[in-house]
Design a protein around this ligand. Structure first.
Ligand code: ADP
Length: 367
């Protein structure tokens, strides 16, 4: 008959090796008593070896079930895993947070321990914290469903108008045909934009966005971008407010131009008209660039959310102008890749001011 010592004296498993395992390890002997409890098991479950060694397996299962979000399911799964002849079983246990902790998900892999003769001498439990994996899985599927929804909307419209145009039982006059084709063209552009934005977003998130910094005159860049954007609207007028002295900044001009395009584009899209001011000020080692509009503003509860990917304030005006909800998160990502910050200040009925910082170029003369 196998005994407790069959586990402890196995020369292949040195005590210190088991103790330093990154995973939690619990060994139950043939009498059904806890014979080993490594520090990581204590870290994951919160009970020290001193408290657990010698406890009956049934008591251990009861403790685990009591801490689980679904105690009954965990209890019955663990009991089944400890039945004689039970095969390897993996049980995911969602542990309720102790105070100041967050919910953790621990995977418990229960496996038979076999002695020299192949007979079972006990049972092992390998405990692994899989909270991060689970969170990232959940994020991925959330992203996937949002992406497919976002792509589906323009696609449905393209398909709908193309099908309508192809109908043989209806003759569309030329003006209507052109209207339908224009919508197809716009929606195709929107699809392409969403895909470009997604690729850029994934580069930013993977930290793979390449930034080619060079000393750049912001004055000229801001003036050029404002001139381009002026052509897109008749309802707005632009004010460029720059200090007399504006040192060069160390930036990737193409990327920062893209940020300015996005912020000014939003100021046009999300306000009915009025003044759009593009300004900058030198503050210490940085330049603070701002794009200020006179629109309806952003409700306080959405102030931080507008930078989240795919977030769009769900108002009639927002939906009317389309967009993918990726512009601001990409812009913030680009600014952060320059070690800058981006934020917004907004007052309902008065307008919004989007600001971001850029590092000053190191003065070549002082080098
Ligand atoms: P998109 O413009 O593609 O929807 P953005 O990430 O650029 O995505 O913007 C996210 C949301 O923030 C917009 O849908 C809009 O609701 C809100 N928003 C952005 N800029 C402004 C602004 N200047 N005034 C009011 N709301 C804005």
């Amino acid at each position: 008959m196998a005994s407790e010592s069959a586990i402890k004296t196995d020369p292949r498993l040195s005590d210190s090796t088991l103790r330093s395992l990154v995973d939690g390890l619990v060994l139950i002997d043939a009498k059904g008593l806890v014979a080993f409890w490594n520090p990581r098991a204590e870290g994951l479950l919160g009970w020290a070896a001193g408290e657990m060694l010698g406890q009956r397996v049934i008591e251990m299962i009861e403790r685990m079930a009591a801490r689980a979000a679904a105690p009954d399911a965990v209890r019955s799964q663990l009991q089944a895993a400890f039945e004689p002849e039970a095969a390897d079983t993996a049980i995911d246990i969602e542990l309720l947070p102790a105070s100041n902790h967050r919910v953790r998900i621990v995977s418990a892999q229960v496996f038979p321990l076999c002695g020299e003769d192949g007979g079972q001498v006990g049972t092992g439990i390998l405990l692994r914290d899989i909270t991060r994996e689970r969170e990232s899985d959940a994020m991925k599927s959330q992203l996937l469903s949002t992406v497919s929804h976002e792509l589906r909307t323009p696609l449905a419209s393209i398909k709908g108008f193309a099908t309508t145009l192809l109908r043989q039982d209806v003759k569309w006059d030329e003006a209507t045909q052109r209207d339908f084709l224009r919508i197809i063209e716009e929606e195709t552009d929107r699809l392409a934009e969403i895909i470009d934005n997604l690729l850029e977003m994934s580069q930013i998130e993977a930290g793979a966005l390449r930034i080619a910094k060079e000393p750049t005159q912001l004055r000229q860049m801001i003036r050029e971008v404002v001139d381009e954007m002026r052509m897109r609207t008749e309802a707005h007028y632009f004010v460029v407010d720059l200090p007399a002295e504006l040192p060069r900044v160390s930036i990737d001009p193409r990327r920062i131009r893209q940020v300015l395009h996005n912020l000014i584009g939003n100021a046009i899209k999300y306000t009915k008209g009025g003044q759009i001011t593009v300004g900058c000020e030198v503050e210490g080692e940085h330049v603070v660039v701002s794009v200020t509009d006179q629109g309806e503003g952003i409700q306080p509860q959405f102030i931080d959310k507008v930078f989240e990917r795919f977030f769009q304030v769900d108002g009639a005006s927002t939906r009317r102008v389309g967009g993918s909800g990726l512009g601001l998160s990409i812009s913030r990502g680009i600014v952060e890749a320059h070690d800058g910050k981006m934020w917004v200040e907004s007052m309902m009925g008065k307008g919004s001011a989007f600001r971001f910082t850029l590092p000053l170029a190191i003065n070549e003369e002082s080098e």
